[in-house]
Ligand binder design. Structure first.
Ligand code: ADP
Ligand code: ADP
Length: 230
């Protein structure tokens, strides 16, 4: 069953840069997907379409077979289903404590205090950061910050999680921790899409790979197909 898809998606920035050219992509429920490609390939631009942050120049994006519309109500619904973890935790972590940071999303969903607490505890436990609840995010290591940023999205209980370079800059132990978290979320049924340059990591993580270059899909397939050509 297709969970997230793009149909002839193209996007041109106001300065005329054609960042995405006719992208057709199907991501299935429960799939682990990696988008690979060099800097400037269009990965961030693509991700910003997945939760409706950016509206296509042409074509469209579908969640659960329904084209995203860009009215307030539809966008709220889409952003609840599709959670995005940005590359730089500093773009995401801004509250004085870890706990407050992770609580921000669920509070915005209008959940009551006890439900927010429950979700914060659960999300921080899932990423192994529960003992850092009262710490300041900026005093944590890069890997710990990444795990807190992931917890903030987990606490919103999305069905699809998108992560931009989730292991960039982490030491091998940090990489393994993040991959374990993603595997656990996937086992609970979450569809997961990451971008990465790290072939070894993608080979360990992904079932399906799309290679993006210059705004176009160069190739796609399961990891055996993709890596046997190299
Ligand atoms: P990636 O995430 O793969 O590095 P991006 O989606 O950031 O790629 O960029 C795709 C292309 O769009 C690049 O040529 C980049 O320079 C360009 N681009 C990105 N953001 C903007 C912007 N705000 N205005 C104009 N061009 C942009
Ligand atoms: P990434 O590779 O993680 O996408 P980039 O270096 O491509 O990071 O982009 C960093 C920021 O700069 C983004 O907000 C992007 O939109 C913006 N940007 C990238 N290229 C351009 C460009 N040609 N003109 C204006 N803004 C750009």
């Amino acid at each position: 069953e297709v969970h997230l898809s793009t149909k002839n998606l193209s996007y041109t920035y106001p300065d005329g840069t054609h960042a995405l050219k006719n992208i057709n992509m199907d991501i299935y429920k429960g799939q682990k997907v990696a988008i690979m490609g060099p800097n400037g390939a269009g990965k961030s631009t693509l991700f910003s379409h997945f939760n409706g942050l950016t509206e296509p120049t042409s074509g469209h994006v579908e969640v659960d077979g329904k084209a995203i519309k860009y009215d307030r109500d539809t966008l709220l619904e889409v952003r609840q289903k599709v959670g995005i973890v940005f590359q730089d935790p500093n773009d995401q972590l801004f509250a004085p404590t870890v706990k407050e940071d992770v609580a921000f999303g669920p509070m915005n969903l209008g959940l009551d205090y006890e439900e927010v607490e429950r979700r914060v505890d659960e999300a921080l436990t899932m990423v192994g950061m529960e003992q850092y609840m009262d710490k300041t995010p900026h005093h944590l290591s890069g890997g710990q910050q990444k795990r807190v940023a992931i917890a903030g999205i987990i606490a919103m209980r999305p069905e699809i999680m998108i992560l931009d370079e989730p292991t960039a800059g982490l030491d091998p132990e940090g990489v393994e921790k993040v991959l374990d978290i993603l595997d656990n979320l996937n086992k609970e049924g979450m569809s997961i899409v990451i971008s990465s340059h790290d072939i070894e990591m993608v080979n360990e993580f992904a079932e399906k790979i799309f290679v993006l270059n210059n705004g176009e899909i160069l190739e796609s397939g399961d990891k055996h197909e993709i890596f046997s050509n190299k």
